[in-house]
Design a protein around this ligand. Structure first.
Ligand SMILES: Nc1ncnc2c1ncn2[C@@H]1O[C@H](COP(=O)(O)OP(=O)(O)OP(=O)(O)O)[C@@H](O)[C@H]1O
Ligand SMILES: [Mg+2]
Length: 236
């Protein structure tokens, strides 16, 4: 059994005009520990794919299982629990809360942990901020941080629950090359520690970091390529 199993995943958006067939039947199996890249032209369905994989958007049809758990047969509350336990999200727009410090932003996913003391939450958040090299920026507001630093806060927030799967949509899209490389190194480090990563990107240079790259075109997988790249060993 693969860690991620996707069969016949379809999504059609029904808005005011013509329905949009964003995904037209995706079949994919991903092994645990894979660093997977998802690429393809604008509008090919990458973000839709990631949102469905992340339990944020119901597919029109098809099945998705992560670690053997059928995502969309879980009810709303259990799906939310699953997301909290299994998934870390990093979005391009960071989605940091502007009036909270870096530390407070990272503590947010721990808010639901009623039995964890605030001091413990602070410690955990500080540790992950250290991990992403921002130990000295804990008290800064997002507006007092550079783009790359904000991105790293967003990554720290995705990591604080130690999720087995991290989903990232264009995490390096708005960063300069040096900062983008730092972020890719950070992701690779996490992957080497065992986390499975799925990253959407436009940048062809990022392919070198992935174990495997899936290309989407018109809501279908047009290419699926396994490579060694900058990784030490192949997972799949
Ligand atoms: N909520 C929505 N309602 C209607 N159509 C949508 C919605 N979200 C996405 N779409 C459409 O679905 C298609 C796929 O969109 P998606 O955002 O997944 O593409 P993408 O590959 O992530 O593109 P980009 O590289 O520009 O981010 C597009 O045609 C888009 O306009
Ligand atoms: Mg997108």
């Amino acid at each position: 059994m693969a860690f991620i199993e996707i069969a016949e995943m379809k999504k059609t958006f029904h808005g005011d005009g013509e329905p949009v067939k964003a995904l037209q039947g995706i079949d994919l199996e991903v092994a645990e520990g894979t660093f997977l890249g998802v690429m393809g032209p604008s509008g090919s369905g990458k973000s839709t794919f990631l949102s469905i994989l992340g339990g944020l958007c119901h597919p029109s049809s098809g099945r998705i299982a992560i670690d053997g758990i059928e995502l969309y047969s879980l009810g709303g509350e259990r799906l939310a629990d699953f997301r909290r336990e299994y998934l870390g999200f990093v979005f391009q727009s960071f989605n940091l809360v502007p009036y909270l410090t870096a530390l407070e932003n990272v503590m947010l996913p721990l808010a639901v942990k009623k039995r964890m003391s605030t001091a413990h939450k602070r410690d955990e958040a500080r540790q992950v901020l250290d991990r992403v090299g921002l130990g000295k920026r804990c008290g800064h507001l997002p507006s007092q941080l550079s783009g790359g630093e904000q991105e790293r806060v967003a990554i720290a927030r995705a990591l604080v629950n130690r999720p087995p799967l991290i989903l990232a949509d264009e995490p390096t899209g708005s960063l300069d090359t040096v900062t983008a490389t730092e972020i890719m190194q950070l992701f690779r480090g996490l992957n080497e520690e065992g986390q499975t990563l799925v990253m959407v990107t436009h940048n062809p240079e990022n392919r070198d970091w992935f174990h495997r790259t899936v290309m989407l075109r018109d809501g279908l997988v047009s290419d699926d390529c396994r490579q060694r790249g900058k990784m030490q060993e192949e997972v799949i």
